[in-house]
Design a protein. Structure first.
Length: 114
């Protein structure tokens, strides 16, 4: 059974940082392009970071320079380092393939508020 499990979210003040982690069962991050997505209730899920098989990364302008995606193939873990967080970054964050698989994990809530 394939599973994705995100963790590391929480409440942080504007300007703060968080590091999200994603562990997978049945999926090798080494063999799949991966991404981090976020979703605000009532809005479409959006890709906020992607990493290719060769390790190239890409980000939308909204997070470029603040978010960094990385993976540890030995641990089969995907990370998202988020710095200079702003209230508009508040969302549920998910990891998935890029393009996404047919299933999703539960995500991890990130709330940026003073």
């Amino acid at each position: 059974q394939w599973q994705l499990a995100e963790s590391g979210g929480g409440l942080v003040q504007p300007g703060g940082s968080l590091r999200l982690s994603c562990k997978a069962s049945g999926i090798s991050f080494r063999n799949n392009p991966m991404g981090w997505y976020r979703q605000v209730r009532g809005k479409q899920r959006e890709l906020v970071a992607g990493i290719t098989l060769t390790g190239m990364t890409n980000y939308p302008d909204s997070v470029k320079g603040r978010f960094t995606i990385s993976r540890d193939s030995a641990k089969n873990t995907l990370y998202l380092q988020m710095n200079s967080l702003q209230p508009e970054d508040t969302a549920v964050y998910y990891c998935n393939g890029n393009p996404a698989f047919d299933f999703w994990g539960q995500g991890t809530q990130v709330t940026v508020s003073s």
